[in-house]
Ligand binder design. Structure first.
Ligand code: F6P
Length: 327
């Protein structure tokens, strides 16, 4: 690892978008430009990289975006990039454009592509964790998680008002295909009676017991939170199981992509700004095949090989606390 004199780098966003990605792009662009490094913006993630969709970015191309959700560079999941020959083509077009380093903002799919680009083609790549799921091993937080969590919490607060007015049981489904971070945190913050996460077996009986305990002390409305897991709309199956087993009717609310949009919270903007800055500095220091993440509150480089294929687990302490407080 040695200090690199860089003249040109590029940035892309890939995978699912996350609030705060724009703040990260802004930070990467402004750090690069103030360090006298030219910066190219690649459109539509890896698909755009392969298609050569890139353009120079300036201080003003990132003006007025810190508060905007989504990503001005657009995002997407590229199946093409799974092919070795496509990655070779991408490395070649990066080099042909005089680009000496790439900042890739996204989740584990994005990092897998970035890792392969670094390994197979010795191309300098630094990743920034951006996903609402908060499921990247090696960082305490990912860009977008805090905003998604607050969006889901606000939704639950609103649902609780109507649930209480009508003495209703609600099942609120939140995002998280493989990870229950949003579900467990919003379950705690929203005072849910039960939280179903992909990491543990679904226990409908426990949820029914919890609802019955509430009814016994005169509480006639309840909120259950379920992560979507492998099936969007899984909350409808849970509602049916609860109806069959206990006779309770429930209303289902699937929050879906609402959680991916909206203005990022201050916390996400600050995280994105710190990580954007650190990613450019990492490339300047000759670091590659790493993500910049947060550990014990500090921004640190973490090798992709140490975060990929590892599961960041929802802390058991939070699962136990959610159960205890649901009594
Ligand atoms: O990776 C983030 C995430 O929001 C998951 O929680 C969700 O399952 C998935 O993306 C849905 O993504 P899309 O609809 O864009 O394929």
């Amino acid at each position: 690892m040695s200090e690199q004199i860089l003249s040109k780098i590029a940035v892309l966003t890939s995978g699912g978008d996350a609030p705060g990605m724009n703040a990260a792009i802004r930070s990467v662009v402004r750090t690069a430009i103030t360090s006298k490094i030219e910066i190219m913006g690649i459109q539509q993630g890896y698909a755009g990289l392969v298609a050569g969709k890139m353009a120079p970015m300036t201080l003003s191309s990132v003006a007025n975006i810190i508060q905007r959700g989504g990503t001005i560079l657009k995002a997407g999941r590229s199946l093409e990039f799974h092919k070795q020959e496509v990655r070779a083509q991408a490395a070649q077009s990066l080099r042909a454009a005089g680009i000496q380093g790439l900042v890739a903002i996204g989740g584990d799919g994005t990092f897998t592509g970035a890792h392969l680009l670094a390994q197979e083609h010795n191309f300098p790549v630094v990743g920034i964790p951006g996903t609402i799921d908060n499921d990247i091993f090696g960082t305490e937080e990912t860009i977008g998680f805090d905003t998604a969590l607050n969006t889901a919490m606000e939704a639950i607060d609103r649902i609780r008002d109507t649930a209480a007015s009508h003495d209703r049981l609600f099942i609120v489904e939140v995002m998280g295909r493989d990870s229950g971070f949003i579900a467990i945190d919003v379950g705690l913050a929203g005072g849910a009676e039960e939280v179903f996460i992909p990491e543990t077996l679904i226990n409908v009986d426990l949820a029914i017991q919890s609802i019955k305990r509430g009814v016994a002390r005169g509480k006639n409305s309840s909120i259950l939170v379920a992560a979507e897991g492998q099936k969007v709309g899984r909350a409808y199956d849970l509602a049916e199981q609860i109806r069959r087993k206990a006779g309770f009717e429930s209303k289902v609310c699937v929050l879906g992509h609402i959680q991916r949009g909206g203005a990022p919270t201050a916390r996400d903007r600050i995280l994105a700004s710190r990580l954007g800055f650190a990613s450019v500095r990492a490339l300047q220091q000759g670091l590659t095949d790493v993500m910049v993440g947060v550990q014990s509150g500090q921004v640190v480089p973490v090798k992709f090989k140490d975060c990929l294929h590892k599961k960041r687990r929802v802390p058991q302490e939070l699962i136990d606390l959610a159960h205890l407080l649901a009594h």
